[in-house]
Design a protein around this ligand. Structure first.
Ligand code: URA
Length: 205
């Protein structure tokens, strides 16, 4: 699976893009699941949310953000009074990267090469949707969207201009919040996530 070069093919619709992505990227890389998890949502969404890659549950069920991180995101969306149906949810990398340990599949962070490989497809998604704002959940999404590794702690909550008059809001990945050991620390980060979601919604309104 070679990355499709700009200009070789232009998708007419999101569904065509996503179908083509699943086929053309099928044989990329080691340690990736076979199934591609496609972006989900409407083509006229004002907010595109970009995660890292599908997790174990997402891979099994073929939908983005339906495992533990997705549950936390759903709760935060609810607290920010945002309807999930008003978003387009997708991932920087479209397949679950993992290593098998007995019965468990252990998540592997996508490499810069993996992010670069899938980048063209993410770019086409945002080109077709033309959202008011793109919300990046964590470092992989930020790298996919900017081509750089920006510090999340230094950029979170700020609205950054991207090329083609697009705007990016950086926040943490929900899995990061789930990994915080103490409940008080989790609450603080959760509240900041809700604040960032509200900010994205206000910008998109
Ligand atoms: N984490 C992500 O980044 N994306 C998903 O779809 C699920 C979990």
């Amino acid at each position: 699976g070679q990355a499709v070069e700009e200009g070789h093919w232009t998708p007419d619709s999101l569904s065509e893009l996503n179908k083509e992505m699943a086929v053309r990227t099928a044989d990329y890389g080691d340690n990736f699941s076979v199934q591609a998890v496609l972006g989900e949502g409407r083509a006229d969404c004002g907010i595109v949310v970009v995660g890292e890659q599908p997790g174990d549950q997402e891979d099994r069920r073929g939908r983005p953000f339906i495992g533990p991180a997705g549950e936390l995101l759903d709760r935060a969306l609810g607290d920010a009074a945002i309807d999930r149906k008003h978003l387009y949810l997708t991932n920087a990398v479209k397949r679950f990267k993992y290593v098998q340990h007995g019965k468990r599949r252990i998540h592997q962070t996508p490499s810069p090469a993996d992010i670069k490989y899938y980048r063209w497809w993410l770019e086409q998604e945002t080109k077709l949707i033309k959202p008011r704002i793109i919300l990046a959940l964590g470092a992989t999404a930020v790298r996919a969207l900017t081509g750089r590794s920006l510090s999340i702690s230094r950029t979170r909550g700020a609205i950054l201009p991207l090329a083609a008059n697009r705007h990016l809001l950086v926040t943490v990945h929900p899995s990061y919040i789930l990994r915080i050991p103490d409940a008080a620390g989790q609450d603080i980060e959760y509240d900041k996530l809700v604040r960032d979601l509200r900010k994205a919604a206000a910008f998109a309104a």
